[in-house]
Ligand binder design. Structure first.
Ligand code: KG4
Ligand code: ZN
Length: 351
């Protein structure tokens, strides 16, 4: 089976061709970072227009690079939510157009399911597994029981961790997206220089919170010389990253307890989403996994941030189960993986 996957939910215009025997024939990613850098974040309307302008070319390049034509495809999958709706509509309409013109099945993929199933594309991980999904829009712990079968153990009650990385970078003038420059600056920094909070650490359950940590970084920045010296920036990034690492390790430790109680025979922790590209955080999670005797699976950094291959793969997983979607499928700005998860009782909660 050969499937085309399209991803346009945020600021990457991406398309990939993937086979059901887990080969990525071509993976094209056009980043819009330059469009959004001036604003320090993604501007939805700018993103949607850029997707519209570039998606045709990116799809053509993916097919070319894979050495296949539309008629060689067995299906077309596109991110149909959650995400910035203008961009999602561009991807979904393009996929539907190809499907209609070529008589191919169309698969509407949940972007989060794309991240969640990537470890099966890269490492052939068996169900069930515990998933830490950390990206710019989400921070969740989920039990992945099967395709379309997720049980949410915890989520953030305010900001996602990637969002916190982006805000910290903005405060320090490090540019957008913030994860990579914060990680790079932290390498030369002293993680014990600034005492920052570890929100939710030691609390019951598996929820996260990062807004207090972000505010603490802001207060610290305000107390520094302006612009801050490179050494101060490095120390603050290292202190922030260490605090984030402590929180992730604590929350994952709780989730591993819950997961082990329900599934004593499976021991895999998967980390996915853009923040999973961070080598320091991967190292912290790896140490936890070793301590607990479980396996950590972290896809290569390029497949952690948004890409078309994960969408093509999620499409393959669904097609293999006979799951396709009608051309009347409406894009969804919100689309929780576990619709039965109880709402979290705080303001500004992300499902
Ligand atoms: O999964 P993704 O590409 O898009 C969303 O679905 O949100 O994640 C993007 C997020 C951004 O907030 C970015 O700053 C963060 O992932 N990120 C990182 C790193 N690379 C990307 N955060 C920390 N360290 C990194 N190396
Ligand atoms: Zn994503």
């Amino acid at each position: 089976m050969i499937v085309l996957g399209i991803e346009t939910s945020c600021d990457e215009t991406a398309a990939a061709v993937v086979t059901d025997d887990r080969r990525i024939l071509c993976d094209q990613i056009l980043s819009q970072d330059d469009h959004h850098r001036t604003y320090g974040g993604v501007v939805p309307e700018v993103a949607a227009r850029a997707h519209l302008e570039h998606l045709d070319g990116v799809v053509a390049a993916a097919l070319d690079g894979a050495g296949v034509a539309f008629d060689d495809l067995d299906g077309v999958a596109a991110t149909a939510g959650p995400g910035l709706i203008g961009g999602v509509i561009v991807g979904v309409m393009t996929a539907k157009g190809i499907a209609l013109a070529r008589g191919l099945p169309f698969v509407a993929v949940n972007h989060l399911e794309g991240h969640a199933l990537t470890a099966r594309l890269t490492d052939d991980v068996a169900f069930p597994y515990l998933l830490l999904l950390v990206s710019g829009g989400h921070c969740q712990l989920l039990v992945v029981e099967g395709v379309g079968a997720y049980r949410r153990l915890g989520t953030t009650i305010d900001d996602a961790l990637g969002e916190a990385f982006d805000k910290v970078a903005k405060m320090l003038g490090l540019g957008y997206p913030g994860g990579p420059p914060v990680e790079a600056a932290a390498r030369d920094g002293a993680a014990d220089r600034f005492a920052l909070p570890r929100p939710m650490r030691g609390r019951e359950g598996c929820h996260f919170s990062f807004s207090g940590l972000k505010t603490a970084v802001l207060h610290t920045v305000n107390g520094l010389d302006q612009p801050p010296a490179a050494g101060d920036v490095a120390d603050l990034c290292a202190s922030f990253q260490a605090a984030a690492g402590d929180v992730l390790v604590d929350r994952c430790a709780h989730a591993l307890d819950t997961f082990a109680a329900a599934h004593p025979d499976s021991g895999t922790l998967v980390v996915a989403g853009g923040v999973a590209a961070n080598a320091y955080l991967r190292g912290r999670l790896d140490a936890l996994a070793q301590e607990r005797g479980v396996r950590l699976v972290a896809p290569p950094a390029r497949l952690c941030t948004d890409n078309g291959a994960m969408i093509a793969w999620a499409g393959i997983e669904r097609l293999r189960m006979g799951l396709t979607d009608g051309l009347d499928f409406a894009p969804r700005p919100r689309w929780p993986l576990d619709p039965d998860a109880p709402p979290v009782g705080y303001a500004g909660v992300k499902a």
